[in-house]
Design a protein around this ligand. Structure first.
Ligand code: NAD
Length: 501
């Protein structure tokens, strides 16, 4: 891609001016400088929140279906910008073209979802125990929502949160990952264009962006007027954010690290499992929160599956994510590479046998980028390193004898995001999905752990944070519930039959 092409992509995405600041953004593809963005001083956060509060007072009164029109317009802008946003995601995060486009499509999908949702913010009616009384629940807008994102879904996670927050009546303040602010900015610019088309009913300060590092996120987390903090990133970050939001009785959505597994039973379709393992373990170079990190395989099929997997890994096309046919792009940075190497070392110390990959490649062609062969390590047991999330394409393989043992291994990690089983045995499948089965927020059958659709609630248990976003009824977290009892009788009966005076 020439510099002129690059400039045109950014220009069309509304990021014409991207130099002169202090936040250096490099492409993991070749280490080239993409931008130097101006950073917002943390002292500005107070003013931003005040603006959001004032926007909230107006926006909450706009009828939800009218707010839905903004989601529709944003969806239109995103459709028009899909190629450019996908391209920026690829340039900035190193996703292959298909995955970059897929991320932009998720933004479109959540806008469509939010538009429909804007006419379905249903409360319940509840029968009253008292004559001439009616009870109901209403969902009202909550207040300013801060969205803090991770580098690996720099566009979609903002859209997931913002589309819902906006139709729920909440202004948004977006703090993109400092490792990938351009994709977020391009997605935000599409929202700004939609707001401009929406017209006067959209108050100033409805959507704001705070470009910078973790100190900005910390200021948002601590601010008492930020009603909901939706933070996506490492468990380390969640440990800092969770208690701070709790201390001021704010609401939070924490979407943190995963350690996702697949159980492959003797009743599995191995061809299908193989394809799912490949996409699960090496897509986004192993840098998805839902990346497949543990393969728990029955003894009777392990050798067969592992042999085929090793052969498939040897043929993987690693390289420029924008080139046709590439399946594995670069790691985000040197620290990610170092973490993978450290984990590989620990795994081997803990009895693991390296069966594939693990080495840096293309370093002569791209001395400032970090391409790595996806690795497979055959482990004798679920040791300490296996229980830890290493954010790289590193797949551990474990063997099991009974399904109970497999499920025990599966659940015996601190994280609880995504999981799956490959089996055509109905009993095995149902046990995996039952109360005694997978303890994750996502449990799939005959598909991999990654690549979730926006229609379902997304999130995980334990160290993954325990919250949900995106589809189903995740919208309820962006609203406050009000329980109303209406007395249309001429008496004043008290609940529980109490006689008072
Ligand atoms: P990270 O934790 O380093 O950073 C994420 C965001 O948190 C950034 O915007 C950063 O500025 C901010 N941040 C960092 N420290 C903070 C603090 N003390 N207070 C407030 N904000 C702070 O994560 P990353 O490296 O960008 O992303 C990778 C991690 O994110 C992986 O662990 C991955 O599993 C996880 N992730 C989870 C999900 C999910 O939905 N569960 C989705 C994507 C990524």
């Amino acid at each position: 891609m020439t510099q002129d092409d690059l400039n045109r992509v950014f220009q069309r995405a509304g990021i014409g001016e991207r130099h002169g600041g202090s936040l250096l953004v490099r492409s993991p593809i070749d280490g080239a400088e993409l931008a130097r963005l101006h950073e917002l001083p943390a002292a500005e956060i107070d003013a931003m929140v005040a603006k959001a509060q004032s926007a909230f007072r107006a926006w909450r009164l706009v009828p939800a279906p009218v707010r839905g029109e903004l989601a529709r317009l944003w969806g239109e802008e995103l459709r028009a910008a899909k190629e450019d946003i996908g391209r920026i995601v690829s340039l900035e995060v190193g996703k292959i073209t298909q995955e970059g486009l897929g991320e932009a499509q998720e933004c479109v999908d959540i806008c469509d979802f939010a538009l429909g949702l804007s006419r379905q913010l249903y409360g319940r009616t509840i029968v009253s125990e008292r004559t001439g009384h009616r009870m109901m629940e209403q969902y009202h807008p909550l207040g300013p929502v801060a969205v803090i994102t991770a580098f690996n879904f720099p566009s979609a996670v903002f859209a997931w949160n913002a589309a819902l927050a906006l139709v729920c009546g909440d202004p948004v303040i977006f703090k993109p990952s400092e490792k990938a602010p351009l994709s977020g900015l391009a997605t935000f610019r599409a929202l700004e264009r939609a707001i401009a088309r929406f017209g006067d009913k959209a108050p100033a300060g409805l959507a704001q962006i705070a470009i910078g590092r973790a100190d900005l996120a910390e200021a948002l987390v601590a601010h008492p007027a930020v009603a909901l903090v939706s933070a996506t990133g490492s468990t380390r970050m969640g440990r800092a954010v969770g208690p701070k939001v709790a201390q001021r009785f704010g609401r939070r959505i924490l979407e943190l690290g995963g350690n996702n597994a697949m159980i492959v039973t003797p009743a599995a379709d191995l061809d299908m499992a193989l394809r799912a393992i490949l996409f699960g373990a090496v897509a986004t170079a192993g840098q998805r929160c839902t990346t497949l990190r543990r393969l728990i395989v029955h003894h009777s099929v392990k050798d067969r599956l592992l042999e085929r997997l090793v052969r498939t890994y040897a043929a993987l096309r690693i390289g420029d994510p924008l080139a046709d046919g590439t399946l594995v792009g670069p790691l985000i940075d040197e620290a990610a590479f170092a973490a993978m190497q450290a984990a590989l070392g620990s795994a081997q110390e803990q009895g693991g046998r390296l069966r594939a990959g693990g080495r840096r490649v293309l370093d002569e062609q791209y001395p400032k980028a970090w391409y790595v062969q996806p690795a497979i390590v055959d482990m004798p047991a679920q040791t300490a390193v296996v229980r830890h999330e290493t954010f790289a394409p590193l797949l551990y393989v474990l063997a099991y004898d009974t399904l109970e043992e497999a499920i025990e291994l599966h659940n015996d990690v601190p994280q609880g995001l995504s999981s799956c089983i490959f089996s055509n045995d109905m009993r095995e499948v149902e046990i995996f999905l039952s109360a005694a089965g997978s303890d994750c927020g996502i449990a799939n059958v005959n598909i991999g752990p990654n690549g979730a659709e926006i229609g379902g609630a997304f999130g995980g248990e334990k160290e993954t944070g325990g919250d949900r976003e995106s589809g189903s009824d995740a919208w309820k977290q962006y609203m406050r519930r009000s329980t109303n009892t209406v007395n249309y009788s001429r008496e004043l009966p008290l609940a529980q039959g109490i006689q008072f005076g």
